[in-house]
Design a protein around this ligand. Structure first.
Ligand code: UDH
Length: 288
């Protein structure tokens, strides 16, 4: 009898005829980023190869993994429209299979990046079977096309080796902010981000401690490829520093299995597939 044509059979067939995608970007010459925001219409015209919802997959090879790019967002349209024209061509050059998600927090609660990442992770998985999640600040412009956005099975990847704000270095060695990549299993294993940081705080330092607690090593890109330009900006409303952030860190990392991906409280108020990204808006409850 002929075997059923399952996804697996189709995939094997595709793999037989098409090679796995290699990352062709070998150059490590930094690119001068375009700092000019581009309108939504112009972006759609510039990247006709993008599929609705901000999806792209190379047609001449089989990608090894499916990337979900999660961008936490509120009131930063100029930054988003500056990042996208830099990020999309870079990922296309890298032969990546990717989908861009902009995860917006509805007003009026204070901005909570951790819940947005957790919500983005859960909502993205409802829409596709992603292997690798790239958590990407909206104001970080990658400078080098050879900074391959790929996950590693032996630990999360910190893609940022240096940023203009700190003279192309980092302000301290364990800083994990900016752009961070987890496989689906790694993100689940650390129980995602803490949900407790409402405002500017130490949610990325909290993540550093989570990784330590779960004995997970992370890998940082070298400065040859991992440099970024941060778009300069002033402090946003609702993003004031949290005074008690250090005590939250103490509390949260002691309760890593009871605060995170498995306890994020939010409601999705909107989901739209736009030409260059999937836009998810969530309301984040202050009672986490
Ligand atoms: N973000 C938003 N909207 C907000 C707050 C944060 O979209 O209102 C997102 C965005 O993706 C941003 C990320 O959260 O890239 C991190 O926020 P940030 O870039 O403001 O964080 P950072 O620590 O700056 O870089 C803190 C304020 C610095 C003020 C400096 C004044 N000179």
């Amino acid at each position: 009898s002929t075997p059923a044509v399952t996804e697996e059979v189709l995939r094997r067939h595709r793999d037989d005829v098409m090679p796995f995608c290699e990352n062709p970007t070998r150059s490590s010459a930094p690119r001068w980023p375009s700092k000019e925001p581009v309108t939504a219409q112009e972006l759609a015209e510039r990247f006709p190869m993008m599929q609705l919802g901000g999806h792209y997959s190379p047609s001449n090879c089989t990608p090894r993994e499916k990337l979900a790019i999660l961008i936490p967002y509120r009131n930063r349209s100029v930054h988003l429209h500056t990042l996208l024209p830099n990020l999309i061509p870079m990922l296309i050059k890298q032969n990546a299979d990717f989908t861009i998600f902009v995860v917006e927090q509805a007003m009026p609660t204070r901005f909570n990046k951790g819940v947005l990442f957790n919500a983005g992770f859960l909502e993205a998985l409802k829409l596709g079977d992603f292997d690798c999640f790239i958590l990407h600040d909206v104001d970080m412009i990658p400078l080098n096309d050879a900074n391959t956005y790929q996950c590693r099975s032996d630990g999360p990847v910190h893609f940022m080796a240096g940023v203009n704000k700190f003279h192309y270095g980092l302000s301290y060695s364990w800083l994990l902010g900016g752009v961070l990549g987890f496989t689906k299993d790694q993100y689940k294993a650390v129980n995602g981000f803490s949900n407790l940081y409402f405002g500017w705080g130490a949610e990325d330092d909290d993540m550093f401690l989570r990784l330590k607690k779960k004995r997970m090593d992370y890998h940082r890109k070298g400065k040859d490829v991992g440099l970024y330009d941060m778009i300069r900006h002033s402090r946003d409303k609702g993003w004031e520093p949290i005074n008690s952030r250090f005590s939250i860190t103490h509390f949260s990392t002691r309760r890593i299995d009871d605060d995170g991906l498995n306890t994020a409280v939010y409601s999705r108020t909107s989901l739209r597939q736009l030409p260059l990204y999937t836009w998810i808006r969530v309301f984040v409850d202050m009672k986490q």
